[in-house]
Design a binder for this molecule. Sequence first.
Ligand SMILES: [Zn+2]
Length: 246
Amino acid sequence: MTSTLPNDNIRSFDEQITNKLISEIIRDRIKSKGTRFSANDNIADFINPGELEILEKEVASRIKDLLKSLVIDVDNDHNTQETAERVSKMYINEVFKGRYHEKPKVTSFPNDKKLDEIYTVGPITVRSACSHHLVPILGECWIGIKPGKKVIGLSKFARVADWVFSRPHIQEEAVMILADEIEKLCEPKGLGIIVKAQHYCMKWRGVKEPNTSMINSVVRGDFRHDISLKQEFFELVKQQSSSNNY
Ligand SMILES: [Zn+2]
């Protein structure tokens, strides 16, 4: 089989020296630190400036091979001639950007006014893809906070959620990862997250059940220990819930 991997003039210095692909070089760096690199892990710390563009070219060449294996005439079909490049860019810079790009910069501020009433933010649109089939998961998320020592701007929750969800996921793990990130950012006394999403692996394929959605939640800190606080959070979310259908 003919290889369609990038030629030398678009390979990085490291690639040319080691004769390895950029994906192998990045993987070696991650393994040498003993770090996990599952589909829903962020690996930005292991990617040097300029390497994403090279990775984009490697992925495009693999997608082109996939299209060829699907017996699609990529050389003559004008609709698919640049599909490989488009899909590669879409994976790395859009739908899976939460794997390859750094966390958005979020500044937290001291909670000088000692705010301690709970508040909720939502619905925040979540867009992800299932790790099993790489087809979309689309839905909404609500975040409830009982402030602790630090506070962050409301729009920052949406940014962080977008970064966390823009990876191949299973919904249960996505919610846990988002909770970890929010705890790191603002160390709340209590945290609750609810996600309601539709999975296109159930709508588009498989059982083809168009209206089923999955709802899951995580509660931490005071939301976990104090039942009335947890109920208040769920009640606030119920009031904010839109009737949007995904
Ligand atoms: Zn799936």
